[in-house]
Every structure is written in C-alpha cells, then in structure tokens.
Design a protein around this ligand. Structure first.
Ligand code: IMP
Length: 188
C-alpha cells in the first residue's frame, strides 16, 4: 500500500493534533447543545470516530450516504440518497462531519437537504478542503487542513474503496489510477 503513495501530505501526528484542536473548539461552541454529529459515509467514518472520542459533551451520531448519479451528472449536483438519517433532526443542533470538500457539490446539496428538516442550527466540520476545485459555494465552519489540488487517500479516504486504513493522508501515485477510465475525482 505504501508503495502506491507518492508523498505523505499530512502525518498521523499532525492529524491527531488537529482533531484534538477541532474537538476543543466544538466542545466550547456546543456546550449544553447536545449536537447530532452527521457523518457523511464512507469517507468521514475514521475522522468522525476520532473527533467524537475527544468530545466530552453529550452528543449523538447519525450517518448519511449520498451518491452522485455518475460522471456526467455529478457536475449538475444530482444526488441519490443511499442511506438517510435515522433520527429526526428537527430543532436539533446538527454538525455535519465531512472528510473533504472538493467541488463542494455534496456539501452544498446536503446542507439544503438538512436545512429543509428545520434543525435548530447546522454547521460543518471538514478535515480537508481543496478550495481550488470548487464548482459551487461550500464552506466548513471548522476546518482541519487546506490542501492543494491532488488526489489524496488515507484516514478514511479511498481510491476504489482501498487505502482508507492508512493512518496518514497521502497523495496517490498517478499511475495507480491512470488507465482505469474514471478519474478519481468522480468516485465517491
Ligand atoms: P465534492 O462533492 O466534490 O465536494 O466531493 C466530496 C467527496 O468526494 C468527498 O466526500 C470524497 O468522498 C470524494 N473526494 C474528493 N476528493 C477526494 C480525494 O482527493 N480523495 C478521496 N476522495 C475524494
């Protein structure tokens, strides 16, 4: 697996330090608010698990899984809900937990969808942000790291479902995804 990684962009130690900092900010802002952490599957599950373990305030967790309708329609932001929330978030403080904001389409439409359920508030915590690739406005209220336009894997992020178990964020070698027909940025 390591031999498929061109460069370690963010080390395990840097991630863990940042996750603790983010949890401390969230803890301050959400004291007495009992937030619902909404993880966006699959990529966010590792980040969410670490973040939640650093929160000492009462909170609950739920998950959504969205899939874009494929290569050509993803830019139009047409999404299919593969797994919806199990809880009712009306009047609750929702904190969306994302692995990475890339084009911004997933987050933009997820925010619309969650707001329609009339939560008391909704905010976003994202581990990574690639602002140079934005197609639509989308912003994290709490952000781990801004990264350059490179395809990264590890700490929950995958290519073709692999590499999620790497404890760091690394740039995948281009020849790993070359010739597969689907550019990695079109994969969920
Ligand atoms: P967006 O809708 O383009 O912002 O896409 C966000 C989703 O695309 C993320 O939740 C990831 O699942 C996936 N994604 C975007 N960039 C990367 C990357 O560099 N590595 C792995 N997955 C990525």
């Amino acid at each position: 697996m390591m031999s498929d990684v061109q460069e370690v962009l963010i080390t395990e130690e840097q991630i863990q330090t940042k996750v603790k900092e983010l949890a401390a900010q969230i803890e301050r802002d959400y004291r007495d608010k009992h937030p619902v952490l909404v993880g966006v599957l699959n990529g966010a599950f590792v980040f969410l698990a670490d973040l939640m373990r650093h929160l000492s305030i009462p909170c609950t967790v739920d998950f959504v899984s969205w899939s874009s309708y494929g290569k050509d329609t993803s830019s139009s932001g047409v999404f299919r809900i593969m797994k919806d929330l199990e809880s009712n978030v009306e009047s609750k403080h929702v904190l969306i937990v994302e692995d990475i904001i890339d084009t911004g389409l997933t987050l933009h439409y997820l925010l619309d969808n969650i707001r329609a359920r009339k939560p008391a508030s909704v905010r976003v915590v994202a581990l990574l942000d690639k602002p140079s690739r934005r197609k639509i406005e989308a912003k994290a209220d709490y952000l781990g790291f801004q990264i350059p336009d490179a395809f990264v894997v590890g700490y929950g992020l995958d290519f073709a479902q692999r590499y999620r178990n790497l404890p760091f964020i690394g740039i995948l070698k281009a020849d790993i995804y070359a010739g597969r027909g689907t550019p990695p940025d079109e994969l969920g």
